[in-house]
Design a protein around this ligand. Structure first.
Ligand code: 0A1
Ligand code: ZN
Length: 871
């Protein structure tokens, strides 16, 4: 449906459905252009609804073939059909069945919502509201039913037929057709429905749950790519085992299937027993996937699997509660990855991603509470705020009540809400029940948009051996009202000149955490024998912006001596950020020396951590730290100058590291965290060497490209080379494309690297690449790789002063909007920070936004983002 001013849906208007459905029987005959869906719904009036109300079923892009009530065809005056659904004017006031036959064209479905074909494979995507594109239905998450699905297709076209739940029957259907019947005993909302039909290869294995249930786990991929599915399958098994030990959650069906498809709007989807994935998050081999890809596959496999409890067994009452499943499940997958890898390194990665994606969102026109109260298009709320800030809220809750009470609260939440569609209140009630405490003040985190500011100052009285810290919270930014205070767990401590201080007492801390639940507070440390440096917000204990004025020397003390790895890393970042925003030669030199000492002392002991310390804050992060009037070119110049200086000053150490890590070339590739850490340090060293000495850097990178034995090293070398203009770069890019001509996922990396080159010529390059045979606007991964990387990862060229970068992205949004509005709207969110740009760039951005606004018939998805972004 298209509309200029999308109507708003509000949380306070939530009403239970007037009807419920307890069984759904589907008979689906798959056909490329005319798939028939014969649906029998067992309905009954909801005692909590309005008696005798009309039955309004949702529908979208459906052709109704027939409709029957309790076995008898329904007369035309008994119902109405509109583009948005089907209404029964006077449904029975008792249980009844409705049989609906609809027809859809999966091949014509370019929105990739509902039933569609991806490279010839039939597949579905029903979250948030795609099931209504398959049949008329009460398409809302609080309507939960038991589904039985019979699938029928040409055996040639679709030898594999998968559905939710367990396979209960399969056989021949005549004329070259066959069928499979799947039954899912667990009541579920329609958004968790899925089917797959196609020619697919598979790898599989067995797992026995803690309850003794024997499960077959399989990963289905394009035939011939089975050898790239092993890591994903291994991640499934590790996820199953981990959820049992960490949360006591066993799997609950006889099969667990994962299917990789190449056209997918998002990362993956947790359909019950049949997770469907963007193939980017399944397929991996050393030759085609980087360490980052392996880590992402592990995390997303885990995320979707963990949804089986946090999302499926306990689902959401309505879409306002999205964070209930998403924030919680992100928290769970982050814990899993931390256990599988290095916890501190993973925490830093989480925070970097939060700051890169969520902080700007929270500071701009698309800001919203973790639990929004109003939306026009729910598909626009799968955001960093709902997911990542949502996870931070769960983490804070654990910090506040402690790990044991947290686990007891989770058990209570699952026990009390199993089989139900729950709310954020239900979640918090479980923890209040086990702790006997009151979480009303804590709940404000779900309601309050914007990133809070935490201001800390300290005073030291040597005579009294006392240190006093003053903490204050505030809610800055457009439209941010201070309101009642948030409950902020602040992990902190004091650091002496050569490490931890002994004999210090501070009764205000519990397990090193101070709970700031007032606008301001003062904490006193006694027995402080020397002037300390405060280490505040250890492990990033709350999603806030910390303001704590320390000198570079004090921060370097934290880098050298803090017991908290996160704050050690943060200290180096803070110094670097200040040097980008306010360059200074002497301070840069001192910073280089401190980094040098750090590298000498510990780089080889924890290479992954060292690589993070060497990575400067991104240009986006620097822009985020500028109060207003952002000039991306100035930030870029300053950051590159700092990189170059550090590269030169640290050169001998970087060379030594490179040499010490060189033997890596001779061992077979393994994606484990420690091998990945060594590669990341070696590649960070190469990158800094190249920053200081581009000529040598280009030569070394070209050599590394030739000698690399895996995609991680090859791509890192290409990325380094991409920043150095010249023939070596162009030759390397051409050879890379030739080598991987048949590998779309690898070519995505090639598109992405080029889209991020911070040079004016990139715009022309993008235009050229849009004409490349491997590029197509119909594949979301291709669009994200080329246009998304440009819009989100190339601040100087996207925000070019002449407006041409904005225009290119806007043209893509316009071209994509009618075929795939979800992806179009997502690209448009790149304009989210336009008001913070300096005036002339901001004016260009507004001009382009106005140009989009004038396009007739914009989708609801794009119109919604546009309206909020323009303000
Ligand atoms: N629930 C999925 C995310 C998801 C949302 C919407 C989709 O439709 C286009 C697809 C996936 C997750 O959290 O992984
Ligand atoms: Zn999720």
């Amino acid at each position: 449906m298209r509309t200029e001013t999308p109507p708003l849906i509000r949380l306070e208007e939530y009403r239970p459905s007037d009807y419920l459905i307890d069984r759904v029987d589907l008979d689906i005959r798959l056909d490329p252009h005319a798939t028939r869906i014969d649906a029998t719904l067992a309905l009954y009036p909801n005692p909590a609804g309005e008696a005798g109300a009309p039955l309004n079923l949702d529908g979208d892009d459906l052709r109704l073939v027939s409709i029957a009530l309790d076995g008898a065809p329904l007369a035309q005056d008994g119902y109405t059909v509109t583009p948005a659904g089907l209404s029964l004017i006077a449904p029975p006031r008792r249980p009844f069945t409705l049989r609906l036959v609809t027809e859809v064209d999966p091949t014509a479905n370019t929105k990739l919502m509902g039933l569609y074909r991806s490279s010839g494979v039939y597949c579905t995507q029903c979250e948030a509201d795609g099931f209504r594109r398959i049949t008329y239905f009460l398409d809302r998450p609080d309507v939960m039913a038991v589904y039985t699905t019979r699938l029928e297709a040409d055996r040639d076209q679709a030898p594999v037929l998968l559905g939710n739940g367990n396979l209960i029957e399969a056989g021949e259907a005549g004329a070259g057709r066959h069928f499979a019947v799947w039954h899912d005993p667990h009541p579920k909302p329609a958004y968790l429905f899925a089917l797959v039909g196609g020619r697919l290869g598979k790898v599989e294995t067995r797992f026995t749950t803690m309850e003794g249930r024997a499960i077959t786990c399989a990963v289905y991929v394009e035939p011939g790519k089975e050898d790239r599915a092993g890591y994903a399958l291994d991640a499934v098994i590790r996820s199953m085992a981990w959820d049992e030990t960490a949360f006591g959650r066993p799997y609950d069906l006889d099969v667990f299937n994962v299917v990789a498809v190449s056209d997918f709007n998002m990362g993956a989807m947790e359909n019950k027993g049949l997770n469907i994935f963007n193939d980017k998050y399944v397929l991996a081999s050393p030759e085609t996937a980087t360490d980052g890809d392996y880590a992402a596959i592990e995390a997303i496999i885990a995320h979707e699997y963990f949804h089986n409890w946090s999302g499926n067994r306990v689902t959401c009452r309505d879409w306002f509660q999205l964070c209930l499943k998403e924030g919680l499940t992100v928290f769970r997958d982050q814990e899993f990855s931390s256990d599988m890898r290095s916890r501190p390194v993973h925490r830093i990665a989480e925070v970097r991603s939060l700051r890169a994606r969520q902080f700007p969102e929270d500071a701009g026109p698309l800001r919203h509470p973790v639990r929004p109260r109003v939306y026009a298009e729910i598909n626009n709320f799968y955001t960093a705020t709902v997911y990542d800030k949502g996870a931070e809220i769960v983490r804070m809750l654990r910090t506040l009540i402690g790990p044991q009470a947290f686990r007891a609260g989770m058990d209570r939440y699952f026990a009390d809400n199993d089989g139900r569609a729950a709310t954020v209140e239900d979640f918090l009630a479980a923890f209040a029940a086990v702790t006997g405490g009151d979480l009303d003040a804590f709940a404000r985190w779900y309601e309050r948009p914007g990133t809070p500011r935490l201001t800390v100052s300290g005073a030291y009285e040597p005579g009294a051996a006392r240190c006093t810290l003053r903490l204050a919270q505030s809610q800055p930014g457009a439209g941010g009202q201070d309101g009642p205070p948030l409950v902020i767990p602040v992990a902190l401590g004091l650091v002496g000149a050569s490490g931890p201080l002994t004999g210090v007492t501070c009764p205000a801390l519990r397990d090193g955490v101070f709970v700031l639940d007032r606008p301001e507070a003062e904490i006193i440390f006694d027995g402080v024998a020397e002037e300390p440096v405060p280490s505040v917000l250890r492990d990033f204990s709350a999603p806030v912006r910390l303001e704590l004025a320390l000198t570079d020397a004090q921060r370097m003390r934290l880098l050298a001596h803090d017991s908290d790895p996160f704050n050690r890393w943060q200290a180096a970042q803070d110094v670097a950020l200040r040097l980008i925003l306010d360059p200074d030669a002497d301070r840069t030199e001192a910073f280089a020396q401190a980094l040098g000492r750090f590298l000498d002392a510990e780089a080889l002991a924890d290479p992954a951590f060292a690589a993070l310390v060497l990575a400067l804050p991104s240009e986006g992060e620097a822009a985020d730290a500028v109060p207003s009037g952002v000039d991306p070119d100035a930030i870029h110049r300053a950051r590159f100058a700092l990189r170059a200086h550090l590269g030169t000053a640290l050169r001998p150490r970087l060379e030594r590291l490179d040499a010490a890590l060189a033997p890596l070339d001779n061992v077979p590739y393994s994606p484990d965290a420690s091998a990945a850490g060594r590669r990341s340090l070696r590649n960070a060293a190469l990158d800094l060497i190249a920053a200081g000495d581009p000529e040598t850097g280009a030569r070394r990178a070209a050599e590394r490209l030739g000698s690399a034995s895996n995609m991680t090293d090859r791509l890192a070398a290409l990325a380094t080379l991409a920043l150095i203009p010249g023939d070596a770069r162009e030759t390397a890019l051409t050879e890379f494309a030739e080598r991987y001509a048949g590998e779309p996922l690898v070519l995505d990396k090639w598109f992405a690297i080029q889209a991020q080159i911070p040079e004016p010529g990139t715009l022309e390059r993008i235009v050229r690449l849009q004409g490349h045979p491997a590029f197509t606007m119909t594949n979301p991964n291709r669009v994200r790789a080329l246009i998304g990387s440009f819009a989100f990862g190339n601040p100087t060229q996207f925000a070019r002063a002449d407006g041409a970068g904005f225009a290119r992205v806007a043209e893509t949004v316009a071209a994509l909007d009618s075929t795939n509005p979800q992806v179009a709207a997502r690209m448009l969110t790149a304009f989210g920070s336009w008001r913070r740009l300096e005036n002339s760039r901001a004016a260009k951005a507004l001009e382009i936004l106005n140009w989009i606004k004038a396009i007739p018939g914009l989708s609801r998805d794009t119109a919604d983002i546009l309206a909020r972004t323009r303000g």
